[in-house]
Every structure is written in C-alpha cells, then in structure tokens.
Design a protein around this ligand. Structure first.
Ligand code: IDP
Ligand code: MG
Length: 137
C-alpha cells in the first residue's frame, strides 16, 4: 500500500544541524522515496491551518512561536506504509518517553521541541500535503 506523508523537520532540528541525520534515516528505509523537499519559514496562517486541531490547547500558542523561530524543512515521502512507518521512526510526541533508536528518542528531551512532524493518518496526510505542496498532483 504505497502512501504519501508530509514530514516537517522542525526549527530545532535545523538549528542543531540534524537535517542530514534525520533525512538519512528516512532515506535508508527500503523503498521509501523523498519526492519533494523545501526549506522555508512558516507564517502564522500556514501554521494555523496545519495545527488547527490544537487551537485552544495550552501548548498551542508556544507551539506557534516555536514553529516560527527559524526555518523548517518540508518533505514529501512516498512508499509502502510510509504514514505508520514515519510515526514509528519519529517516536511518540514526548521525547523522554520515546524509545532510543527513534528520532525523538535519540535527539530530544523537550515535548515542544521534538524535531519532527509526520502525518498521523491518510486523511491528515492529504490535508497537510495540500497546505505545504499545493502543486502536487
Ligand atoms: P505529534 O507531533 O506527535 O503528532 P501532537 O499531539 O499532534 O503530536 O502535537 C503537535 C505538536 O505540539 C507536538 O509535536 C509538539 O511539538 C507540540 N506539543 C504537543 N503536546 C505538547 C505539550 O503537552 N507540551 C508542549 N508541546 C506539545
Ligand atoms: Mg499530530
């Protein structure tokens, strides 16, 4: 079941020089392909669309600020069960609870600054891909 997922390398990952490390892990998964990639800064409107489900939660405003604190790298990854697989590769939201070997488990300590976003379902992937790569067919 080939799928597409939206990945964001968050500003902490870019600042810490972990772009290559994280993209390398994604590339090494057999059969997965990076089909689009862009470094960009995100504005409030884009982030409100992307994180709209969290509006009103206590972490929402600080998350908006953090996501605008520097550039992110946006990627489209395609391949077999890539949505579930990228969530496994990333690890759970809290990096302290994330297993070593996962991206968040290996590099993170702070819940907000957890290095990577990956779409959590096919519905989210379709929605998020439209926000970040509207030209994609
Ligand atoms: P996910 O990125 O693992 O899907 P979500 O619950 O969708 O996690 O939350 C989106 C992002 O908001 C997280 O990746 C993290 O950066 C931030 N976040 C979530 N929960 C908290 C929290 O309790 N405190 C601080 N930041 C949070
Ligand atoms: Mg999420």
């Amino acid at each position: 079941m080939s799928q597409r997922s939206l990945v964001l390398l968050k500003p902490d990952a870019v600042r810490r020089g972990l772009i290559g490390e994280i993209i390398g892990r994604i590339e090494r998964k057999a059969g997965w392909t990076i089909t689009a990639l862009e470094m960009r800064e995100l504005d409030q409107e884009t982030l409100e669309q992307h994180y709209g489900e969290h509006k009103g939660k206590p972490f929402y405003e600080p998350l908006m600020g953090f996501m605008q604190s520097g550039p992110v790298v946006a990627l489209v990854v395609e391949g077999e069960r890539v949505i579930e697989g990228l969530r496994t590769l990333a690890g759970p939201t809290d990096p302290i609870a994330a297993a070593p070997g996962s991206i968040r488990g290996d590099f993170g300590t702070i819940v907000r600054e957890n290095l990577i976003h990956a779409s959590d379902s096919e519905e989210s992937a379709v929605r998020e891909l439209k926000i970040f790569f509207p030209g994609l067919s």
